[in-house]
Ligand binder design. Structure first.
Ligand SMILES: C[S@@+](CC[C@H](N)C(=O)[O-])C[C@H]1O[C@@H](n2cnc3c(N)ncnc32)[C@H](O)[C@@H]1O
Length: 276
């Protein structure tokens, strides 16, 4: 019988991820291997070390190196009203459901630097629902969360954001939601009056409340199938009956073990509703 032999590279990778988990509690063991490996090698080059084993030694001794690696691994790419049709579908299909609730709890998981949270807050304000919700905005990366709470974005992106806002069905002047100064725009503080920012790791932390709506967009794509399945199960357990789940444009619930517990609400925009 042929013995399965691992390459040095895959052993180094597994040991490095194990070391990060044991030393810092961050669990990247079930992330998609190829993008992970590319980012680790990029970090190794930036730290002037030759191999993943050497990077491991450095990481174990230097929390600053872990901080820099976290920045590389957490991929914080985001935008206001990202995929405008998703936000149009939200107004069309989810807002009427939320309107039936006296109070709604919303979880924005993997919110990055907050652009998605401010977008959601704007929709809820325009629909007259903001005062009836509490939004829990979480991410693995605490630096991203600090940026989210500050609500400052480069002014250079405001044209793109304004276009997205209009395409998503926005009803006002987008500029009413922020103040521009020099090369930055700061979103109005009242948009996060009902938002709680907190660190939460989807790979290792548990459910923490029951929600009417969960957003987790463009996060599952970084995970291996096993972790994707665990996370969709976590979302299913965290949603109340008839609660709504919104995923990213390249993500689906269809292949998850909990697929049968959801019905499509706006499937082209990856919005699903949990059954009773
Ligand atoms: C590409 S951004 C998506 C941001 C936003 N949801 C959007 O669609 O624009 C992915 C985010 O997922 C976060 N993330 C990655 N792994 C995570 C985990 N295990 N738990 C929580 N957040 C995680 C990253 O830190 C990053 O901020």
């Amino acid at each position: 019988m042929a013995v399965q032999v691992e390459t040095s590279e895959s052993i180094e990778l597994a040991l490095l991820l194990e070391a990060i988990h044991r030393r810092y509690g961050f669990d990247f063991r079930d992330y998609s291997a190829d993008p992970l490996r590319r980012r680790l090698h990029r970090r190794a080059r930036a730290e002037h070390v030759e191999s993943l084993s050497e990077l491991q030694g450095l990481l174990l001794r230097d929390p600053g190196c872990m901080e820099r690696l976290l920045g590389d691994l957490s991929v914080n790419v985001t935008a206001m009203f990202r995929d405008p049709s998703f936000f149009a579908a939200l107004r069309r299909t989810v807002v009427p459901i939320l309107r039936m609730r006296r109070f709604a709890r919303i979880w924005c998981a993997g919110c990055s630097t907050g652009e998605e949270v401010y977008s959601l807050a704007i929709v809820l304000r325009e629909e007259g629902l903001y005062d009836r919700v509490r939004i829990y905005a979480t991410d693995l990366n605490e630096y991203a969360l600090e940026a989210a709470a500050a609500g400052v974005v480069p002014l250079g992106r405001m044209q793109e954001y304004t276009d997205n806002y209009i395409r998503s069905g926005g009803r006002r002047e987008f500029s009413a939601y922020y103040v521009a100064a020099y090369d930055a725009a700061r979103f109005n503080r009242d948009l996060i009056g009902n938002v709680v920012f907190a660190q939460h790791n989807l790979a290792s932390d548990r459910a923490f409340a029951e929600f009417d709506l969960i957003f987790c967009r463009n996060v599952l794509i970084y995970f291996e199938t096993g972790l994707q399945n665990r996370v969709t199960e976590l979302f299913c357990d965290s949603l109340r009956p008839f609660g709504v789940l919104g995923l990213g444009s390249r993500e689906t619930i269809a292949h998850s073990p909990v697929a049968g517990r959801f019905a499509p609400l706006a499937p082209r925009d990856r919005i699903y509703r949990k059954a009773a």
